[in-house]
Design a protein around this ligand. Structure first.
Ligand code: PMP
Length: 422
């Protein structure tokens, strides 16, 4: 029998000592009713909440879990470095080894700088673009997420118009819109930000249009500005290189995070020689940016990325999951489509304008031990096996049955209504 007493008790205590009870992207308030907020642990594909309920987890900590939680090889590297020291007065040799490893894998890049979160890396990309020629304007696709810094956070509280005075928005995949935005920059263009593909929340994902990617490259060259691909979310789930290597377009800068240390806190900005001098001028740092443990975790993660078929295995289970779920939904008479790469799909019912079916379906799946999201892209990890997917599909088959039975009583999710009223 599923319990949630411990989670409820922690939420009540959190309300008193944490503003709003929880904040940011891991707030369970955005999830369907009954999703747990607090977790006790994770191993491989499985996540355990504080009440002991176990889930096959398709969110992977919103990305960082690439190889499976507590991957034994990464854990061994972590333990060995922990025994020597982690946060010291300077970095260890792993910093140089990691920069070398990343430069050898990411074809556009000649250097790497390390930080903690994806938002650090995108902020450094923004600063590098401005330091490059002393220009100010940066082009950002509308609704694209590049972190919670004032220049990009999706909520208005605490943000000044001045923080975004030099951000110009364009529509992703629209070469003409990009061209218009460059004109608007009026000779003051510092950089162009692009996601590897369109992976906005509450929206169908779309692959990058190679023509748009080539236009971004050409415009950056024509105006002597820097092209930035934000691979924080998609990095190493699309390619073993920068994701735009798949369409043959090389950016000047790429931002990385999430998967790099398989859950250890580390992110990176990578760049080419054109951007080297500008980035060397920046003063950017943090108390924990040089810690050795996340760096050895990243070295081990990248070794596994280079030497194993982790990506092909994720693509295989991702295909089984997508095809199985779509077939079940069609058979149930409420078709859904999983868009985006099979390793990072978003799940949306074809006829579900207020997301009520999506929320109700993910709730049914959660009650059966499958952790899905109705509004954010999900993530495959390399520990998932075809047997896991068979288990998942058995649970989702039951979830569709439950949905069919209750269909007429499903109401819009409060989380979505709150968002629409924002
Ligand atoms: N860029 C993208 C594309 C992201 O998805 C995210 C995080 N979801 C970030 C930047 C920011 O990363 P972080 O939350 O680690 O600061």
């Amino acid at each position: 029998m599923r319990s949630s007493a411990e989670d409820r008790a922690l939420r009540e205590r959190a309300e008193k000592v944490i503003p709003g009870g929880m904040y940011g992207h891991l707030s369970a308030r955005m999830m369907p009713e009954g999703f747990p907020q607090f977790f006790a642990g994770g191993k491989g594909t499985r996540l355990t909440d504080v009440d002991g309920n176990i889930y096959i987890d398709f969110m992977c900590a919103y990305g960082p879990n690439l190889l499976g939680y507590r991957d034994p090889q990464v854990e061994a590297a972590v333990a060995a470095q922990l025994a020597l020291g982690d946060t010291l007065t300077g970095p260890g040799p792993a910093m140089v080894e990691l920069a070398e490893a990343m430069v050898s894998m990411v074809s556009h890049a000649d250097w790497a700088m390390f930080c903690k979160n994806g938002g650090d890396a995108t902020m450094m990309a923004l600063m590098t673009a401005r330091a490059y020629r002393g220009k100010r304007k940066v082009l950002v696709a509308r609704n694209a997420y590049h972190g919670a810094m004032p220049w990009n956070t999706p909520k208005p509280a605490g943000v000044l118009a001045e923080d975004r005075a030099h951000v110009i928005y364009y529509d992703y995949n629209d070469a003409q819109a990009l061209e218009d935005a460059v004109k608007q920059a009026d000779g003051d263009l510092a950089g162009i930000f692009a996601s590897p593909f369109r992976h906005d929340t509450f929206a169908r994902q779309a692959p990058v249009d190679p023509e748009y990617a080539r236009a971004a490259r050409r415009l950056a060259d024509d105006y002597d500005a820097l092209l930035i691909v934000d691979d924080v979310r998609a990095g190493l789930r699309v390619a073993r290189d920068c994701s735009w290597s798949e369409v043959g377009v090389q950016p000047d800068l790429s931002s990385w995070g999430k998967v790099l240390g398989n859950g250890q806190p580390i992110s990176a900005l990578m760049g080419n020689d054109r951007a080297r001098e500008a980035s060397a001028k920046l003063y950017v740092t943090g108390s924990f940016w040089y810690s050795a443990v996340p760096m050895v975790a990243a070295l081990e993660t990248l070794r596994i990325v280079r030497e194993t078929d982790y990506l092909e295995r994720m693509q295989h289970v991702g295909t089984l999951f997508r095809d199985g779920l779509q077939a079940q939904s069609a058979a149930a008479g409420m078709p859904l489509t999983l868009t985006g790469p099979v390793t990072m799909p978003i799940l949306m019912f074809d006829e579900d304008p207020d997301f009520r079916l999506g929320y109700a379906f993910c709730r049914e799946a959660m009650l059966r031990g499958i952790y899905l999201s109705p509004f954010h892209n999900m993530f495959m990890n390399a520990a998932m096996t075809p047997a896991d997917i068979a288990e998942v599909l058995s649970a989702t088959a039951d979830s569709f049955e439950a949905l069919k039975t209750n269909r007429d009583s499903i109401t819009p999710a409060p989380a979505v209504l709150a968002l629409m009223g924002d």
